[in-house]
Design a protein around this ligand. Structure first.
Ligand code: B4P
Length: 192
């Protein structure tokens, strides 16, 4: 099974590259951001809780996210592999993902870290905000999301580097250029 974590700051292109990866490798896409936005749109209890955090640029609490993740893995063990997009975002989430995969005899193949500087991220997210209408794509919320990323999510790089899973991907080229780098990285992993 090919189990990829697509990692990066808000706006680094995780969702964009995941779409291309699914087409190319037929993996099950686990996007916690998409899932939460769906719940918000449907007005469910989970959606109401998620909206409270997302609109402020904060992370949804770990216990909620870990339960969602475990359920998603359990329901999709028959798939060719997973692409985890936006999960994990904290160390406890990273540990939970490792444990859940291990319990099912699985492992993360690689963590692809999309590297984009903060200025370019802000620019992309403000542009997306003009068309997406997303409650979290405005100036103040973007700044708080980036702060949360550097504080709570970025330490996961060290966690995965220690496990020899971290692969840096330059994320500032065009969408196709970034995808080319990802394909090369995956070819190296699966052929080497
Ligand atoms: P997510 O939905 O995961 O979204 P994201 O980090 O904002 O964006 P992504 O990196 O996917 O960027 P995209 O491809 O769209 O999270 C939203 C929120 O949900 C979080 O802030 C958090 O509150 C909550 N949440 C989700 N998961 C959670 C978890 N596990 N725990 C706790 N809370 C959680 O790209 C952005 C824009 O850039 C797009 O407009 C795109 O077209 C453009 N773009 C992409 N690649 C480009 C390129 N190469 N060049 C130019 N533009 C590009």
């Amino acid at each position: 099974m090919l189990n990829i974590v697509i990692f990066g700051a808000p706006g680094s292109g995780k969702g964009t590259q995941s779409e291309l990866l699914i087409k190319r490798y037929g993996l099950k896409h686990v996007s916690t951001g998409d899932l939460l936005r769906f719940e918000i749109k449907e007005g469910t209890e989970l959606g109401k809780i998620a909206d409270h955090y997302i609109s402020k640029g904060q992370l949804v609490p770990d216990d909620i996210m870990i339960e969602i993740l475990e359920d998603l893995i359990k329901k999709n063990l028959d798939k060719k592999g997973f692409i985890f997009d936006g999960f994990p975002r904290t160390l406890p989430q990273g540990e939970a993902l490792n444990n859940k995969l291990k319990k099912n005899g699985l492992d993360i193949t690689a963590v692809l870290s999309l590297e984009v500087n903060d200025e370019a991220l802000i620019d992309r997210l403000l542009k997306r905000g003009q068309i997406s209408g997303r409650s979290d794509d405005n100036d103040d919320t973007i700044k708080s999301r980036l702060h949360v990323y550097h504080q709570q999510t970025e330490p996961l790089k060290e966690y995965y580097a220690k496990q020899n899973k971290l692969v840096y991907i330059p994320g500032e080229g065009t969408i196709d250029e970034v995808f080319n780098s990802i394909e090369k990285a995956i070819n190296n992993l699966t052929n080497g």
